[in-house]
Design a protein around this ligand. Sequence first.
Ligand code: 1AE
Length: 405
Amino acid sequence: MRHTCIATYRCYDDKADFHKKAVSIAVGLTVGSWTELPEAKKKEMERHLGQVVQVTEHPTTESNERYADIQIAYPDVNFSRDIPALLVTVFGKLSMDGKIKLMDMDLSEDFLSAFPGPKFGIEGIRSLLGVHDRPLLMSIFKSVIGHDLDGLREQFYQQALGGVDLIKDDEILFENPLTPIERRVQVCMDAAKQAEQQTGKKLLYAVNLTGPTSKLAVQARKAIDAGANALLFNVLSYGFDVLHELSSDSSINIPIAAHPALAGAFYPSQHYGIAAPLLLGKLMRIAGADLSLFPSPYGSVVMPKEENMGIRDALLSDKLSLRTTMPVPSAGIHPGLVPLILRDFGREVVVNAGGGVHGHPQGAAAGGRAFNQAIDATLQGISLQEYAVTHLELHAAIDIWGVRS
Ligand code: 1AE
């Protein structure tokens, strides 16, 4: 059994000896100094010393930059079983020390044993919805600030009538006197019941869990007591450890959708930060997200396809013995993108849209129907254009947004 965490970095430097750099990381982030230590002390410190696993120098980039991938093994004994300790060990000070990006971490079984992971995962979410054989559809509240409960209820009802499986709050809707969390949950869950009579579909409403960290668990229980059946959480503004605490709290027994707000401060640079598959994939899953949202390669806020596929693989991989997390590629999604999403993600995906639902010329309910029609067509191998001939909501949607292939 391995008792180390192996971190992989991509390091850019015009002149450096990458092997020397690797040794300086392995020593500097563990015992501090080595060659200067007396022999007796070395024996004592050996179990704490980081080890260089591999250094792979690559041909220079198109813009003539030298770079290498460096792998360092950090002894588990150096850090406690929590994500803050892990991140500070492997990338605390180092994140500020030149052009270096944390690409991946291979964690020991012992470290991972402290993390139960997603409480529901994909199977749990599908069971709650009673949907096992198709991608799911989520709609996002739009224009929420300044609206009262009646306004939100109507918006919710229209979205629910479209036959979506999930509705999420906008991430910028915080605790406020007009629509406090427990009242918002009550009116929206009531609207969900009313819509179910028309659509025959259950749905999950991911209500935004916000406020000071010390009060989050109380807020979550308040929402659950009011009937909440899912939570939305801005993980990166609080930290992975807060998600871990919430997801492993037995009284918070509803799925948690992780929003990626702030992720752009971490992953997009080629030279700095934390790679998207680790940030929005592996760490979200380990910390217990049941669904993870991230920008897709196709919409308005885009992420390179390779990174998107890396997130998908990290959320679904059986290399981690945790429940899988549902991938939710998002931002600027419209029905004409559904064939691309299903091609790249298969059935284990949530098609998620705000503007693409609310911007439908016949309203949000028609917007949801257009998405469902796009999903049905794609699963049957029928082109959207052909399906649209007999499905008017889809027709109207592709008239405005087109179809991408
Ligand atoms: C990457 C997160 C996307 C999100 O939260 C959001 O609100 C998207 O809205 P639309 O679909 O771009 O309108």
